[in-house]
Design a protein around this ligand. Structure first.
Ligand SMILES: O=P(O)(O)OC[C@H]1O[C@](O)(CO)[C@@H](O)[C@@H]1O
Length: 449
């Protein structure tokens, strides 16, 4: 197995017995997930997904990805939140760092993850002269950001390829039977892929939501599912003493109860930046409710040691640092001797950059623990499609258990509606008239005379 979890550097902040006491509760949470008994039990399709997924659809995903790769220079992936972050995290973690600038690659661009007219205009300008395909992803089919982007890009595609030609280049990933996007896709005859009813957005990276863009980027989704399946087997064990995914859930809850309120996910590989973004949605949307939950934040080291390092070392002591480590780098590079040695760095000559990176990680861990920040390590043996699949499942399972230990429903996100309702009211969406009047009154009353 390619993932290990190490909490030994948290044991000066929380004692082993405090973690062990979670054992019985973890058992109950495990049963709730596996027997679909707890809150949010309609959204547990991800639990067994890697072990029993729709093979026919999986083959169609690979086929569509192959077609996209054969006739398109670029794939535009439209989606937000769980319909965006999984694919982006995998593609950035596993592809060439400059994938989109490399000759002969199917470039992957994202849209619909913001409402910026500058972003989409620049995207369209950059697409000039390229052959493109479009994958629009939305479970609800009504999310404002991707819907606006899709309007613009669909029109662009239809102008470029004609209605008929565009149809062959647009792929919709959405609910299997309902919703605005499903209706439109059926009317237009787009090829569609399904987001299962019982898999929420943030748990959907191993469905067509993530898999089509990931496969279109040239990554091996068979390996990814194999890794996830191995993890589903491995973490299918209620015993806290041996299940490291559950240990992660228990330790972060134990630390939370001792006053830690922020968890920083730290990496030492820039390609993991979007894994952190995916992880933030997973834990933030799952646990941040009922006025509780660890706030998930992230840092990219060593870059951020030169900006946020000061805070982590000496700021408020309410942080946990979880390092997402990679044992074996994808590429080794040896640092050469320099005759002049003006930078005084000849003492690292002959070492690999990764050896330096690892010592930076070790030095950081020791300093941060000394500074009062408990340190957890989730380590992948290497960064491959297989280990990415394992890691996704490790965190998903930990998140489900962790949310249940916290006493929340880890599978809903009622709080996201508040901004949407205000935005719809302010924009004059039919049905929001009284809310609009109320908001405008509030705004007027708050203005100084
Ligand atoms: O796939 P959809 O329905 O467009 O939703 C995208 C994201 O928006 C949210 O519903 C929050 O608004 C997330 O939970 C989800 O991942």
């Amino acid at each position: 197995m390619a993932i290990t979890f190490d909490y030994s550097n948290a044991l000066s902040f929380v004692q082993q017995h405090e973690i062990d006491y979670f054992g019985d509760f973890v058992n109950v949470a495990h049963r709730k997930l596996h027997e679909k008994e707890g809150p949010g039990s309609d959204y547990l399709g991800w639990v067994n997904l890697p072990l029993a997924y729709d093979q026919e659809e999986f083959a169609r995903i690979k086929h569509a990805a192959q077609r996209i790769r054969s006739h398109s220079d670029a794939l535009i992936v439209i989606g937000i939140g769980g319909s965006y972050l999984g694919a982006r995290s995998a593609i950035e973690a596993l592809s060439h760092t400059f994938h989109n600038q490399m000759e002969g690659k199917t470039q992957i661009y994202f849209a619909g993850q913001n409402i910026s007219s500058t972003y989409i205009t620049h995207l369209l300008e950059m697409l000039e002269g390229k052959n493109i395909s479009l994958n629009v992803i939305s479970k609800s089919g009504t999310t404002t950001e991707p819907a606006i982007a899709f309007r613009i890009l669909r029109e662009y595609m239809e102008k470029k390829y004609g209605k008929h030609g565009a149809r062959r280049r647009i792929f919709a990933t959405t609910d299997q039977s309902k919703g605005a996007l499903k209706k439109l896709a059926d009317e237009e005859g787009y090829e569609t892929f399904v987001i299962p009813d019982d898999v929420g957005g943030r748990y959907s990276v191993l469905t067509a939501v993530g898999l089509l863009p990931i496969a279109a980027a040239g990554l091996d989704i068979d390996q990814m599912m194999a890794g996830a399946a191995a993890a589903a087997e491995k973490y299918n064990n209620p015993d806290l003493a041996t299940n490291e995914s559950y240990q992660y859930a228990a330790v972060r809850n134990a630390l939370y109860r001792k006053g830690k309120s922020i968890e920083l996910l730290a990496n030492f590989e820039p390609s993991l930046h979007f894994v952190s973004e995916w992880w933030k949605q997973l834990f933030g949307e799952s646990e941040g409710k009922d006025q509780k939950g660890l706030y998930p934040a992230s840092v990219d080291f060593t870059t951020d040691l030169h900006s946020m390092g000061q805070y982590v070392q000496e700021g408020r002591r309410d942080l946990i640092e979880t390092v997402l480590a990679v044992k074996k780098p994808r590429i080794e590079l040896t640092i050469q001797e320099d005759e002049g040695n003006l930078d005084g760095l000849n003492f690292v000559a002959g070492m690999t950059m990764d050896e330096v990176n690892k010592q930076a990680a070790l030095g950081t861990r020791l300093a941060h623990v000394d500074g009062g920040v408990p340190n957890l390590i989730v380590e992948l043996d290497e960064l491959t499609e297989y280990t990415y699949g394992e890691m996704v499942y490790f965190f998903e399972k930990a998140c489900g258990i962790s949310g249940l230990l916290l006493g929340v429903n880890p599978f809903d996100q009622p709080g996201v509606e508040a901004y949407k309702n205000n935005m719809f009211a302010l924009l004059g969406k039919p049905g929001f008239e009284s809310q609009k009047a109320e908001l405008l009154n509030r705004i007027a009353a708050a203005k100084p005379e």
